[in-house]
Design a protein around this ligand. Structure first.
Ligand code: SAM
Length: 248
């Protein structure tokens, strides 16, 4: 589908491709050879690059596993000839501060590996000079005296490049839309808001259950989703209909 889109037409790409970690998708086989997978991802990234406007942002979410810890790094190095790595965001899914924890933690099993609490979001651009609206996802100052003292126009400071977005707690697979690898709605919402363009066109070439499309609609943007699996496309359409009250 990507070659059918107009060149230089997309403002924001937010996507999470299959990670090649043998996840149990409905139709897609997530267990290619590493060489085959990386070659495919480079090809897809080239096709994404073609449809990006010169000042577009491409947010690529990916993670490795204990068995494949090099994977995200192997991929991002291969994308170096195509993009500038403008920001590297760490999406934190669960965190401990002091003795407190927020988010989900798996039980301790084995003694080699720590819990995987984060994933990568690589912010790729064509020039490295794409202007962002950092305060659109900013956080209020803790010490309000900083606002006047440092000459800030509003009570907001940069969120930084560690984004804590936990999964919501669900009781059943249906609440995860029967899909093994969705991201939370705030992830694409923050990406779209950070890029912040009027009437933005947002693309997700691995749309899954349509999280990016719902995010685009909630942010007042237009969305294009591409998805291999007809069942997930139906889910995405149902989510859009339910969350936005529109017919898809
Ligand atoms: C990690 S999931 C994306 C999940 C999505 N972010 C969400 O929140 O629902 C990757 C998706 O890519 C889809 N996929 C695999 N190969 C594809 C292809 N060639 N074209 C389009 N989609 C594909 C899979 O079916 C899967 O739903």
């Amino acid at each position: 589908m990507l070659p059918t889109l107009a060149a230089g037409s997309v403002d924001v790409v937010v996507t999470s491709p299959p990670y090649n970690l043998d996840l149990a998708y409905n139709a897609y086989d997530d267990a290619r050879s590493e060489a085959d997978y990386l070659a495919w991802m480079v090809q897809v990234a080239g096709a994404v690059r073609r449809v990006m406007r010169p000042d577009a942002s491409f947010f690529l979410n990916i993670a490795g596993s204990n068995a494949r810890p090099w994977l995200p790094f192997e991929l991002i190095v291969r994308l170096r000839p195509l993009f500038v790595l403008q920001n590297h965001i760490t999406w934190i899914k669960s965190v401990s501060t002091g003795d407190d924890t927020v988010g989900h933690f798996k039980p301790v099993a084995g003694r080699r590996f720590l819990n995987h609490n984060h994933e990568h979001v690589f912010h790729l651009t064509l020039t490295g000079d794409v202007q962002l609206d950092r305060l659109a996802i900013g956080v209020p100052f803790k010490d309000k005296s900083n606002i006047a003292r440092r000459g800030h126009a509003q009570d907001a400071r940069c969120r930084g490049n560690t984004w804590f977005i936990p999964y919501r707690t669900v009781q059943s697979r249906s609440q995860k839309y029967h899909h093994p690898g969705t991201f939370p709605l705030d992830l694409p919402r923050w990406c779209i808001r950070l890029h912040n363009r009027q009437d933005a066109l947002v693309l997700d070439p691995f749309a899954g259950t349509g999280t990016t499309l719902v995010a685009a609609a909630l942010e007042g943007a237009r969305g294009i989703g591409i998805e291999l699996d007809a069942a997930y496309v139906q889910t995405a359409a149902a989510r859009l209909a339910e969350e936005l009250g529109v017919r898809c």
